[in-house]
Design a protein around this ligand. Sequence first.
Ligand code: GLN
Length: 489
Amino acid sequence: MNAAEIARDVSARRVSAAEVTAATLARVQAVDGDVGAYLTLLGEIARSSAARVDERIAAGEHLALAGVPIALKDNMCLEGARTTCASKILEHWIAPYTATAVARLLEAGAIPIGKANCDEFAMGSSCENSALGVTRNPYDLARVPGGSSGGSAAAVAAGEAAIGLGSDTGGSIREPAAFCNLVGFKPTYGRVSRYGLIAFASSLDQIGPLARSVEDAALAYDIMAGYDPMDATSLDRPVERTADSLRADLAGLRVGIVREFDTKALGERSDALYREAYRDLERLGAELVDVSLPTADYGLATYYLIAPAECSSNLARFDGVRYGLRVEGADVRAMYDNTRAAGFGPEVKRRILIGTHALSSGYYDAYYVRAQKARTLIARDFERAFAQCDLIACPAASCPAFVFAAKSDPYSMYLMDYYTIPMSLAGLPALSVPCGWTVPEGGNLPLPIGLQLCAPLFGEKLLLGAAAAYERATNHALAHPAQIGTVPA
Ligand code: GLN
């Protein structure tokens, strides 16, 4: 069941939160050995949260997410729960407080089922950079679920949660959503509090939902969005509710198709699916307009300076003194070295090195400052494009889910985020919505692909509304795997 249906049924007392929770935990027992979505199961916390929700419902409270089982990416703090960032350095760290976005969902009646696997410190696009576990794509167990929020995506796709929380720095919600046949939504930067989200690149990180429908994503977003004094980048301006404004059609909307994002490069089948998706938008009443993002091509290079620079600064706090792992040494300097050498995986070390280099004196102007300038140019491209259109449509990822170890050099992995990074650099709200199935070369199971829609800053209502119209008209998301690792009926 979708989150909205569960909340309706629990609110109407047709089923209890305790029953939904027990059924979800049973599903996890049955399938998570294959899927590996969770690093930590929160059985006790889930059961006591459910009991509390049932009491509140019995007392007549209205809870928008009554009894909805959720998966939390393991870079989000939940008080008393192990919070690892899928890293050895935080393997045994227990969070002393709860992230604001998480607290808001729990207050609205959601039940935390578990902490979901991800790439270490959210750096990656496949979950393969996790130091603590392997997550498989529920549609084809030989393939990755995407990343970095891959555990949250796999949990929702496999029925081990109704909503997954992810974080998106350069595509980490949208790409796994595309790989797992889900709606994945990254709000405008500053809309959802980052308090309690362990920082990767603070000027880009944003929490958002992964869900089986646009309605569910909207429901979770409406609850999480809004000002939080605990996050200095949280925006103090009114939030428009989105869940009540899901549209039936796209009449009167201009949708920009990006000239530079030629889908032919994605292969015949994907190209055909994206063309069909654009035609579907038109059929729903949208006018397609040709727009240009001339500097979007610099997105990757820009991101891979800014994100590592911020990561090298953010991850300096993991030094064996206050948080997590400590490996002793002859003196304090040796202790830092030993701790960081043992605690961080290869990709995290690579990012710290790149970032520290880009920020070092002599290179700062050539790399970091230029990247910031390029970031401004990319944001201006979007402003110009949005003078001609209301929304932008393009692919969500460069390919469907790939087999394990297929992207063994870092650069080919970085290319996965070609289509999602420009929006992140510009701070824009964007989502991925299922847009069809393709059998990849060398594969034998059909795999989902995602259409990305992007709106101007604060355009959440329009964005989710339009995505709902597209979803309703096309229904690609309805094909769920009856059995894990099998073709959807
Ligand atoms: N895949 C990108 C990276 O590795 C984006 C990750 C993210 O959005 N957290 O940095």
